[in-house]
Design a protein around this ligand. Structure first.
Ligand SMILES: Nc1ncnc2c1ncn2[C@@H]1O[C@H](COP(=O)(O)OP(=O)(O)O)[C@@H](O)[C@H]1O
Ligand SMILES: [Mg+2]
Length: 372
């Protein structure tokens, strides 16, 4: 099989999906805007060919490059697991007559209003919502929905430009901060715990399921720098209090007609047990969550995804012996990392349970904690 992988080396986990494709027996052709030498080693080794474009945002240029490839080799699949270029991949599939998500099928995974409209139609519980591209429209939506509410971009990511308003005064203060966002969605605020529902599917069948638990809610970790966000990939998916979320997840995939590949959905569980849809992407989660799932299941989902999309099955065993958590420790202060403290004590106490440690080297600039 000849597979075009868009952005095969960025973000960093793409390199492992690229490697998975080659391991599944595919001939992988990478198209990306990284210089060939900047493509991480696991991807570089896996690529039969790499075509650098000046920018993936230039859809016409990418389409021309892929058409040029298609004149030389028969292409079977175009894959993209990075959110900003999902629609580009859909366009290329349509132009080349390849299977997989079309533009129309991709839109509900990108547009937070559209995705909820599809689910509402299917009778699934979404937060009350209304999208708008004018200030007057936001006020009208707030009037209809009541407070507290959430204002966020219709196609956002990483909780960027996402705000909670408890009153008209709050909303008044928020509006200038979202003025640069072309279209916002105003939503009923759902108070509760936050979980994911992630799958690998083939032929419309769920081959692999996962639930992660965000601690605390991403909106909170976005507000408070001192928090160390924790994501736990849960061992026991049969726990009774997870079943409503799992059922919502399966029903969501059905409503959207999803067939092949990775999905990443978020859902809320209220104190009274009611579960509410959050959002969904037709791609794996970022933030090292696929690593957490791999540790939790003793599986290799990079390879598992690749086998699913190229052969329609996932043959490796998935075992559920562990909860696997990731703790994102944030640096204190600004500038460069000067040192670490407390790790020795942690390792002395919990070392036997620590599967991996990934710290920025001393001297590196600290990460922008608001960026994720
Ligand atoms: N309707 C809502 N009710 C409560 N919290 C919300 C709502 N919408 C968003 N949030 C909070 O904001 C975070 C980011 O919103 P989300 O829709 O997941 O967008 P993103 O694509 O940025 O992850 C969520 O994880 C949640 O904590
Ligand atoms: Mg989210």
């Amino acid at each position: 099989m000849n597979v075009v992988m868009i952005s095969p080396g960025y973000p960093v986990e793409m390199a492992y999906f690229t490697q998975g494709l080659a391991a599944a027996g595919a001939t992988v052709i990478g198209v990306g805007d990284q210089a060939p030498t900047a493509v991480p080693q696991p991807a570089r080794e896996a690529l039969a060919h790499y075509m650098q474009v000046h920018s993936l945002a230039d859809g016409d240029a990418v389409a021309a490059a892929v058409r040029a490839i298609a004149r030389h080799v028969h292409l079977d699949l175009v894959e993209c697991l990075w959110e900003p270029y999902m629609l580009l991949a859909a366009r290329l599939r349509e132009e080349l007559g390849l299977p997989g998500l079309t533009i129309r099928q991709t839109m509900p995974f990108r547009d937070k209003e559209l995705m909820k409209a599809v689910l509402d139609e299917a009778g699934l519980r979404t937060p009350g919502h209304h999208s708008s591209d004018t200030v007057a429209g936001v006020w009208a939506a707030a009037e209809r929905l009541g407070y507290p509410l959430i204002v966020k971009p219709i196609a956002g990511a990483g909780s960027a430009d996402t705000y909670r308003a408890d009153s008209p005064a709050d909303l008044d203060a928020i509006l200038p901060m979202v003025r640069h966002v072309p279209q916002v969605i105003v939503e009923e605020f759902i108070d509760g715990e936050e979980f994911t529902y992630d799958t690998v599917c083939a032929g419309g069948q769920v081959l692999f399921e996962n639930i992660c638990w965000y601690r605390p809610r991403p909106l909170l970790t976005k507000l408070h720098e001192w928090m160390s966000p924790v994501i736990v990939s849960l061992r026991d998916l049969d726990a009774p209090d997870l079943q409503p979320g799992r059922a919502l997840g399966a029903a969501t995939l059905k409503a959207l007609g999803f067939r092949d590949g990775f999905t990443h959905m978020e859902w809320y569980r209220k104190a009274d047990g009611e579960v509410v849809f959050g959002e969904i992407g037709a791609r794996p989660p970022g933030g090292r969550m696929v690593d957490a799932m791999n540790y939790a299941t003793d599986a290799d989902l990079f390879a598992g995804w690749a086998e699913a999309i190229t052969r329609g099955r996932m043959s490796q065993p998935v075992q559920r012996h562990y909860n696997a958590g990731i703790i994102f420790k944030r640096a204190e202060g600004a500038g460069r990392i000067t040192g670490y403290s407390g790790l020795d004590r942690l390792m002395a106490e919990f070392g036997e349970y620590v599967a991996a440690i990934d710290l920025l080297p001393v001297g590196a600039p600290r990460r922008d904690w608001r960026a994720r």
